[in-house]
Design a protein around this ligand. Structure first.
Ligand code: NAD
Ligand code: DAU
Length: 361
């Protein structure tokens, strides 16, 4: 028995692979293209571990995927591989269409052929779990109820539209071909190995360097935040007991405005690593907060109703925002070498492109 994980060198995928092998000995075949977001350093502690096989490659490469399936005969595929950053999808949507839509389509085709060739228990027990996002549901007003699994799809960015399309393909492969699929739609994750293009790791990274902490627009956009380890445990649970063809929303019941998240990060950093530690001439990291031009089409609010997964599968998050965010800040402080290694080269080019605009306040 083994599982094929795609995108397992990225933020959530690598956390998932590490957690999986902490919990059990079932081997993982990890297929990742190692784009700018994939980082083998995340998996460093698995070096020499025979339970982990890393393969560099594209989910859209049908020949490669088919040969991996034939060779390893996995009982499940967990699909994390994607282009994942909204701002990058605004600057250049083409790769999002290619990986998230065409790549998922090709992966589904390879998996369908493999599954068709299985027999008996192997066929009945096989699962394709597709990891998706709450962004497919669009944006909520301040007082609207949180997204349930039946909320209509209203994606607003090239990223969320491409994820929505991939969700629809996964659904269609179940209804049309009977492929045993499961889909999860999760809210904003944070935690170790989070690439510092996303709000939380970017703010920690910039603060420690004494650089501006960029807040898009008025900073009152709301996200639901989930500690990445909780996302991983939810996916394991859905894989284990989710009903075929169903969608499960995963969230942390932690709605926060961006500005509040940034204030919290500054306060924890002030306590754990005061600016003076880095010879920064400021009393608090809060003074680095800088309002910048808003993200085009910026969704105002996401909120996840995660009662279905709790009711049906007994899953709920273990971390509160307060415990998870403190752990996360501590992890970044303890792993500055990891941050240094990835914030070179391509990362610098991205930051120059994205934040080349003047601060607005
Ligand atoms: P990430 O950008 O950190 O990692 C994506 C990984 O996929 C990278 O390792 C990259 O190399 C790999 N990859 C990209 N294109 C590939 C391809 N064509 N073939 C094989 N590998 C490829 O993303 P993440 O934040 O870890 O997100 C993982 C998944 O979870 C995505 O599908 C994303 O949509 C979804 N998701 C993310 C969040 C979040 O808050 N980060 C929340 C909900 C859902
Ligand atoms: O909701 C789930 C989604 O969460 C995932 O599907 C995506 O893959 C993931 O990237 C994340 O998307 P967001 O756009 O919500 O995350 P990001 O960290 O980019 O931004 C969080 C909020 O912070 C958002 O309202 C934009 C804002 N922001 C972001 C950055 C990078 C800023 O104000 N300043 C910034 O510099």
């Amino acid at each position: 028995m083994s599982v094929l994980v795609t995108g397992g060198a990225g933020f959530i995928g690598s956390n998932f692979v590490l957690d999986w092998l902490d919990q059990c000995d079932e081997p993982v075949i990890n297929l990742d293209a190692l784009t700018y977001a994939g980082n083998l350093e995340n998996l460093a502690r698995l070096q020499g571990d025979a339970r982990h096989t890393f393969v560099r490659g594209d989910i859209g490469d049908a020949g490669l995927v088919s040969s991996l399936l034939a060779e390893h005969q996995p009982r499940a595929v967990v699909n994390f591989a994607a282009e994942s950053h909204v701002d990058r999808s605004i600057h250049g949507p083409a790769e999002f269409i290619q990986t998230n839509i065409v790549g998922t389509f090709n992966l589904l085709e390879s998996v369908r052929a493999y599954w068709n060739g299985l027999e008996g228990e192997a066929k009945a027990g096989f699962r394709f779990l597709h990891v998706s996002t709450d962004e497919v549901y669009g944006s909520l007003g301040k007082t609207e109820p949180a997204f349930t699994e039946t909320h209509r799809y209203e994606p607003n960015s090239p990223y969320s539209a491409s994820k929505a399309a991939s969700d629809h393909l996964v659904r269609a492969y179940h209804h049309t071909y009977g492929l045993p699929v499961l889909t999860t739609n999760c809210s904003n994750n944070y935690g170790p190995y989070h690439f510092p293009e996303k709000l939380i790791p970017l703010v920690i990274h910039n603060a420690l360097a004494g650089k501006p902490l960029p807040i898009y627009g008025d900073g009152q956009q709301i996200r639901d935040w989930l500690y990445v380890g909780d996302h991983c445990s939810a996916i394991r649970r859905v894989l284990e007991a989710g009903r075929l063809g169903e969608t499960y929303n995963i969230g942390g019941w932690n709605e926060k405005a961006n500005l509040d998240v940034v204030h919290t990060l500054c306060d924890i950093l002030d306590e754990l690593a005061p600016p003076a530690t880095f010879n920064l001439p400021i009393a608090s990291y809060r003074s680095l907060i800088t309002y910048v031009k808003d993200r085009p089409g910026h969704d105002r609010r996401y909120a996840i109703d995660a009662s279905k997964i709790q009711r049906e599968l007994g899953w709920k998050p273990a971390e509160t925002f307060e415990t998870g965010i403190r752990k996360t800040v501590q992890w970044y402080l303890n792993n500055q070498a990891w941050v240094r290694n990835i914030t070179s080269g391509e990362y610098r080019n991205w930051v120059e492109t994205q934040y080349a605009v003047e601060a607005v306040a």
